[in-house]
Design a protein around this ligand. Structure first.
Ligand code: SF4
Ligand code: SF4
Length: 452
């Protein structure tokens, strides 16, 4: 019997998921890890496609069919070697990638049999690697004198650090926070990504020779001295500034930007409150599910398009619905009501109109169709934009794009010589997996430029 093509006789299965009622009471991760036998049989469902669309639609172009086959054959150390060759954080992507929009959503057996559960297998392989000591600190064959300064310890910066250290480049990371990880550490809730998973990788990077400078705010003089000190700089600061909503009452107390809420949730006690979250992306889903765990009396999510057209992962919506979140589709806030603190939201009913030039149906107002929702707190999750552009760090000469992100060429080089940029500061707010890809590619470009 072969070790693959078992999608016909083996049903799709995900690892055990905790009951909604229990998991809504704490911040523990909601999925367990696959049991060894289960991982093997799920991996064996892969049909080893000639053109693996899973791989095509993975931003990292992970060699998915190969590591699935090796898992099905019980050759996990080799599976880890292949999976970690293209991904700095496979156990993190296995947890937080919206697989239904990427690898699994494009698996050829998805339609008739249910996709191979790629993300869960990826997590399983890497957790097994950690258990068995296969994830070792990087020991480059040759240590070079060249150094790169990385500004920003989020996924793009850390992925670049991985690639640079493997080549023997000296890596120095500067970040305004106390710990490395950026959004992985401070933004993504524990029920999706336990912080011990991020800390473990941070330790691995430090043991791999990365120097980290916490609580470092880069200003113009420091930027200039870093340019002197290092052979190249990588700007990977991400985008943190919340997109604002200018509407009646938007300055009332109790209206909180999403990231402020997620990073400082202890300061926003929502127990017993009626919470309204505005937005339909993954950050909005993180907020609604965090509010549930804080014991909110009700959590309602407003999104101006319908469920089929929301930007976030439908799997996350499903988790949120299971946990008690109410979704109001085709709904947009018209005004926030209250004297000093928010007490309600006047909601405008929307409908979908003509598609725009990207083919996306535009929401239109339904005349005379409004309603009021009671709200003691409102969380705005409308996306992020770059801060302080075009004068990032007070440095002149850094070109920006029309959308306000840093302009780079095809080698990730900015308009300043030997200054590169990657991740959300270039792409705009996006998925962690795209930041990892860009960080890795920018590092490869820097290595080439340094002639190593
Ligand atoms: Fe899928 Fe993300 Fe892993 Fe790629 S990195 S295989 S998209 S889970
Ligand atoms: Fe296997 Fe699905 Fe990828 Fe095909 S698309 S190689 S079946 S995981």
């Amino acid at each position: 019997m072969t070790n693959t093509l078992h999608f016909v006789d083996t049903a799709q299965a995900y690892p055990e998921k905790r009951e909604a009622a229990a998991r809504a009471k704490d911040f523990g991760e909601i999925y367990a890890r696959f049991q060894p036998k289960q991982a093997q049989t799920q991996a064996s469902r892969c049909s080893q496609c000639g053109i693996p669309y899973c791989q095509v639609h993975c931003p990292l172009q992970n060699n998915i069919p190969d590591w699935l086959m090796l898992t099905a054959e019980g050759r996990l150390e080799e599976a880890y070697a292949i999976s970690s060759a293209t991904n700095t954080f496979p156990e993190i992507c296995g947890r937080i990638c919206p697989q239904d929009r990427l690898c699994e959503g494009n698996c050829v057996i998805e339609k008739d049999f249910g996709a191979v559960t790629i993300g869960s297998v990826e997590k399983y392989i890497t957790e097994t690697a950690w258990d068995n000591g296969w994830v070792r600190p990087i020991k480059p064959r040759t240590e070079h004198t060249q150094s790169v300064g990385i500004i920003g310890a989020g996924p793009a910066g850390l992925a670049a650090a991985d690639v640079l250290r493997r080549k023997g480049v000296q890596v120095h990371i500067y970040d305004r926070y106390t710990q490395m990880g950026g959004l992985l550490m401070y933004g993504i809730p524990n029920f999706k990504l336990d912080k011990s998973v991020v800390s473990r990788r941070n330790t691995w990077l430090l043991e791999s020779g990365v120097a980290f400078y916490p609580e470092t705010n880069v200003d113009a003089p420091l930027f200039a001295s870093l340019q002197q000190k290092h052979d190249a700089l990588l700007i990977a600061t991400g985008v943190y500034k919340a997109r604002a909503l200018q509407t009646v009452g938007s300055g009332l107390q109790g209206i909180i930007p999403a990231l402020e809420y997620l990073v400082h949730k202890e300061q926003h006690v929502l127990q017993g409150k009626n919470v309204v979250v505005v937005g339909g992306g993954d950050t909005a889903m993180d907020c609604v599910r965090t509010a549930i765990r804080q014991g909110a009396a009700s959590v309602t999510c407003l999104y101006r398009r319908d469920k089929a057209n929301m930007p976030g992962s439908l799997r996350e919506v499903h988790h949120a619905e299971e946990e008690g979140v109410v979704f109001k589709w085709l709904s947009s806030p018209l005004a926030f009501l209250g004297n000093t603190a928010v007490e309600g939201v006047k909601v405008q009913q929307m409908q979908l109109g003509q598609p725009d030039n990207l083919g996306r149906q535009q929401p239109e107002v339904v005349q005379d169709a409004t309603y009021i929702l009671q709200a003691d707190a409102v969380i705005l999750a409308l996306g992020f934009e770059p801060e302080d552009m075009p004068h990032l760090f007070g440095v002149s000469g850094l070109n920006v794009t029309e959308s306000g992100t840093l302009a780079v060429d095809e080698t990730y080089q900015t308009s300043l010589s030997n200054v590169y940029a990657a991740g959300d500061i270039v792409r705009g707010a996006s998925l962690v997996v795209w930041a990892i890809k860009e960080g890795r590619e920018a590092a490869a470009a820097m290595i080439k430029q340094m002639g190593l």
